[in-house]
Ligand binder design. Structure first.
Ligand code: HEC
Ligand code: HEC
Length: 309
């Protein structure tokens, strides 16, 4: 595309539309407390469901379902995105309705199809547990509060950066970190124009874009819900109907099914649909295979990924 996007020939950081990940400085004790809260079922009304129920850390940080279900088997309408690298997104949720990771937590905590609880109930339950009281009193002046619970969970999420992917090694100058097939996939990814939307550190997460730039994605829907309006629900602007936050592709080989509605079962389907609806292109099976080979090189490392939930 622009000259700045061309590969550099020497060693060192390549000038590419995708940038390598950097870790975020976090407080280790708050991260440990947040990790415990992330797995805490007492955050839900019937004390059966934790954040990890829908964001399984050993499986890429999503739940593998088209749409998630919460307490009492209540089924939601949205696909669970990964929590890995979410700290890098411009905002949280498919429509970006939460500005920060802290704000995002109000969503699942209250949603009937998720945890169906409320802050007074959660604070009471945590207060009753001495180990929480001690941990919070040590780290936060106010002890256990809505703000401190949110801050600890968000701090844990800020630690979920997947460093050292093979693609980042390549960006940092290691020519052999990715093979020829993977390079071909990256060339296609740039050549087709995927990078116009999926770019930057998180290979997405920094723009809002229409779902259906070149063809009407929602034409085949028999029933379109409010949640399919995307960004419009936040801004009220007609031009934001069907616009979504472009998802990060860093963990994408692990988080099928795809799209806000979970309707693309496989990565092959999602890429084919992206060609059709976003670019007006028919992408061949061989090209899709190369793009998948490239996308797999974006998966970085994190001890939670390797050692389980
Ligand atoms: C019942 C399943 C469920 C539970 C429980 C749940 N989530 Fe989610 N999470 C989702 C779904 C579905 C979305 C997308 C919803 C939307 O965009 O409207 C989401 C979105 C997110 C996002 C935004 C990611 C992005 O890229 O936009 C973060 C961060 C997140 N959840 C963290 C949490 C935390 C922290 C908890 C616990 C307090 C939690 N979730 C509990 C299903 C769940
Ligand atoms: C015009 C912007 C745009 C372009 C160009 C684009 N995408 Fe997307 N992509 C999006 C948006 C927006 C979504 C979310 C759509 C939804 O959920 O309804 C998305 C979703 C995806 C997903 C699903 C991710 C997930 O977690 O659900 C994949 C995979 C993907 N894109 C790959 C590609 C590839 C490969 C290309 C090039 C062939 C491409 N995209 C081109 C904007 C774009």
């Amino acid at each position: 595309m622009t000259a700045a996007w061309a590969s550099s020939s020497g060693n060192g950081l390549r000038h590419e539309p995708i940038r390598p990940l950097n870790s975020i400085v976090v407080d280790a004790e708050k991260v440990a407390l947040g990790e415990r809260l992330f797995h805490e079922t007492r955050l839900s009304a019937d004390q059966s469901i934790s954040c990890a129920h829908c964001h399984i850390l050993s499986e890429g940080g999503a739940d593998g379902l088209p749409t998630s279900f919460g307490i009492g088997g209540n089924k939601g309408v949205m696909n669970s995105p990964t929590v890995y690298n979410a700290a890098l997104n411009i905002a949280q949720f498919w429509d970006g309705r939460a500005k920060t990771l802290e704000d995002q937590i109000d969503g699942p905590l209250h949603a009937e199809a998720e945890m169906g609880s409320n802050w007074p109930a959660v604070i009471t339950l945590l207060h009753a547990d001495k180990s929480y009281k001690t941990a919070f009193d040590k780290l936060y002046d106010e002890g256990i509060s809505e703000q401190s619970v949110k801050n600890a969970i968000a701090e844990f999420e800020r630690s979920l950066i997947t460093l050292n992917s093979r693609f980042d090694q390549y960006l940092l100058g290691d020519e052999r970190a990715i093979n020829d097939e993977e390079k071909k996939g990256y060339a296609l990814f740039k050549g087709f124009g995927c990078v116009a939307c999926h770019q930057g550190e998180n290979v997405g997460g920094n723009l809002y874009q229409s779902m259906g730039v070149m063809a009407d994605y929602f034409a085949s829907y028999d029933h379109e819900g409010k949640h399919d309006y995307g960004r419009f629900n936040v801004t009220g602007k007609v031009t934001d109907i069907h616009r979504f936050k472009v998802p990060s592709l860093r963990m994408v080989t692990l988080t099928a099914p795809y799209f806000h509605d979970g309707k693309a079962k496989t990565l092959e389907d999602a890429i084919r649909d992206m060609g059709k609806y976003q670019l007006g292109l028919s992408i061949s099976d061989a090209e899709i295979a190369s793009i998948i080979a490239f996308l797999a090189t974006l998966r970085g490392e994190h001890h939670k990924l390797d050692r389980g939930n």
